[in-house]
Design a protein around this ligand. Structure first.
Ligand code: SF4
Ligand code: SF4
Length: 446
C-alpha cells in the first residue's frame, strides 16, 4: 500500500513503525473473511482492510480522530484473527495499538464513555479495587433491570453486572508448593490482576502441576497487571508503567538466581508480555530488559510441553471441547500445545467449529460493546454445544468469564484439568457435574 507521510511525520517513531506496517498491506481483502465484526456487520469499515484504510488516513492527515473513525476502531476486538489470515504478514496488532493511542490523545469521547472507561481502567487492573467492584456488582444484581434502562450506558452497565460471578469468589492465599525430586526448572508465574480474584484456583493448579514435575515456582512480590487492559484502551503510558513494574521485578530475579521462564496462565497477558520488547523499543532504560522478558515469556501449555509429562495418574477419558482464546491462537500462535497436553492426559478433545472466531470477551470489549460481544458469545456457545462436551477447557480467564455466564456447561482452565489428571483436586466448576462418573466412550467415528 502506498503511503503519504511527510518526512517530518516520519520522525515520530510511532508513525515510522505504522508506515512500515501499512506498506506491507496489499489490500487483497483475505483478512475480511475471518474478521468477526465484518462477519456480523458486513461493513467494509468494520473489516481489517477497512480499518487499515481509516487508520492510514487518520495518521497521514495528522488530524484529530473523528467520531466515525473511533466508532469502527472501537468495534475492533483486537482478536488478531486477521493477522493469522493475512498472507503478507501485516502487523495489524501494532497498527491498531498505535491508532488507539492516537485516538486517546486526539479525541474527546462523550462524557458517559469517558466515565465508564475511567472506571474500567482505574478498577480492573488493581486486584483489591476489582474485588470491591465485584462485591458492588453482586449487590447490584437485583437492580439490573433498572440499570439496563439508564440512558446511553444501560446496556453496558447490564453487561458488567451479568459478567460478575453468581457468588463472591473466596480469597485464597498464594501458596508456594515445594517441587518434587530433582529441580528441572525455576519459573515465576504471573499472578496478574483479575484472574487471581475471579479464579485463584488456576494459578494454584499451575503451581501444583509444575511442582509435581520438578519445577520450582517462585513468588515475586509486587508484580501485577501486565498492562493489557489499559493498552487496549489506548492508554499507552499507563500500560508502560505496568510493564516496567513487572520488568523490574522479573529482571531482578533473572539476574539473581535466574529464571527459566516467565509463565502466563492467561493468554491475554501472554500476548502482551511477549510484546513488551516492541512496546518499550524506544525506551533507552527498558528496551533491552523488555526484550529479555519477552523472550522468557511462555504460556503455561508451552512450558508444560517442554517438560514431556508422563502418563496421567488418574483414569480420564472425558470429552472436552477445547476453546482456543484469540490471544492464544492468533496473538501467540499457540494451537497444538494445549490440545496435545489434554490428549496425552487421556481426554477426548474436540475442536469447536468456527474456532478461529472470537467469543466476544476481548478484555473490556464485552463491557464496552455488549451488543456485538453478546452475538459472538451466542454464536460461540452454539458451536461449542455442537461438540457435545462434558466440559469446556480454555486458557484465558476472559473467555471463561464471558462464556460461562449464561451457559450450563462447566468451563475450566486447561491447567486445572491437567492438574486433576495428575493427582490434583477436581476443579470446582466440575464438582456439581457428572464429570467423574461418566467418561464418554469413544466410537470409531469420533
Ligand atoms: S489480508 Fe493482509 S494484505 Fe490483505 S488486505 Fe488484509 S491486512 Fe492487507
Ligand atoms: S483484530 Fe479481529 S475484529 Fe479487529 S480487524 Fe482484525 S479480525 Fe477484525
Amino acid at each position: 500500500m502506498q503511503t503519504n507521510f511527510s518526512a517530518e511525520q516520519l520522525e515520530d517513531p510511532h508513525n515510522k513503525s505504522s508506515e512500515k506496517i501499512l506498506r506491507t498491506c496489499v489490500h487483497c481483502g483475505f483478512c475480511t473473511a475471518t474478521c468477526p465484526t465484518y462477519l456480523l456487520l458486513g461493513d467494509e469499515l468494520d473489516s481489517p482492510r477497512g480499518r487499515i484504510y481509516l487508520i492510514k488516513d487518520m495518521l497521514e492527515t495528522g488530524k484529530p480522530a473523528t467520531a466515525e473513525v473511533v466508532k469502527h476502531i472501537d468495534r475492533c476486538l483486537s482478536c488478531l484473527s486477521c493477522m493469522t489470515t493475512c498472507p503478507s504478514g501485516v502487523s495489524y496488532m501494532h497498527l491498531v495499538d498505535h491508532a488507539r493511542a492516537y485516538i486517546e490523545q486526539t479525541y474527546r469521547r462523550p462524557l458517559p464513555d469517558r466515565l465508564l472507561r475511567a472506571v474500567l481502567r482505574l478498577v480492573l487492573p488493581h486486584r483489591e479495587r476489582f474485588r470491591l467492584a465485584l462485591v458492588g456488582a453482586l449487590l447490584m444484581k437485583p437492580l439490573r433491570p433498572l440499570l439496563a434502562r439508564v440512558p446511553v450506558l444501560g446496556a453496558r452497565l447490564a453487561a458488567m453486572i451479568d459478567l460478575a460471578p453468581a457468588h463472591f469468589p473466596a480469597r485464597v492465599a498464594r501458596e508456594i508448593v515445594p517441587f518434587e525430586g530433582a529441580r528441572r526448572g525455576r519459573v515465576v508465574i504471573l499472578e496478574g490482576c483479575a484472574q487471581p480474584v475471579l479464579k485463584p484456583s488456576i494459578n494454584a493448579a499451575a503451581r501444583r502441576l509444575l511442582a509435581r514435575h520438578g519445577v520450582e515456582t517462585i513468588d515475586v512480590k509486587g508484580e501485577g497487571c501486565c498492562g493489557a487492559l489499559v493498552h487496549h484502551m489506548g492508554r499507552e503510558q499507563d500500560a508502560h508503567r505496568f510493564a516496567k513494574a513487572n520488568i523490574d521485578r522479573w529482571i531482578a530475579e533473572m539476574d539473581g538466581e535466574g529464571l527459566d521462564a516467565i509463565v502466563m496462565t492467561a493468554s491475554g497477558c501472554g500476548t502482551t508480555v511477549k510484546d513488551y520488547g516492541f512496546m518499550l523499543r524506544d525506551d533507552p532504560d527498558y528496551a533491552d530488559k523488555a526484550k529479555r522478558v519477552s523472550a522468557a515469556a511462555r504460556d503455561i501449555t508451552e512450558y508444560l510441553v517442554s517438560l514431556n509429562l508422563p502418563a496421567p495418574t488418574r483414569a480420564t477419558g472425558q470429552t472436552i471441547a477445547y476453546h482456543s482464546a484469540c490471544s492464544m491462537q492468533h496473538g501467540q500462535q499457540i494451537r497444538d500445545e494445549p490440545k496435545k497436553l489434554l490428549k496425552s492426559a487421556g481426554f477426548v478433545v474436540k475442536d469447536v467449529p468456527e474456532g478461529h472466531i472470537c467469543c466476544g470477551s476481548a478484555g473490556t470489549y464485552n463491557m464496552l460493546q455488549p451488543e456485538i460481544a453478546g452475538q459472538l458469545k451466542a454464536r460461540k456457545l452454539a458451536n461449542i454445544a455442537r461438540t457435545h462436551p462434558q466440559a469446556v477447557a480454555t486458557g484465558n480467564i476472559g473467555c471463561m468469564t464471558q462464556l460461562s455466564a449464561g451457559s450450563s456447561l462447566p468451563f475450566v482452565h486447561s491447567v486445572e484439568l491437567l492438574d486433576w489428571a495428575y493427582g490434583g483436586p477436581l476443579p470446582e466448576a466440575l464438582a456439581q457435574s457428572d464429570f467423574i462418573q461418566q467418561p464418554v466412550q469413544m466410537t470409531a467415528a469420533q
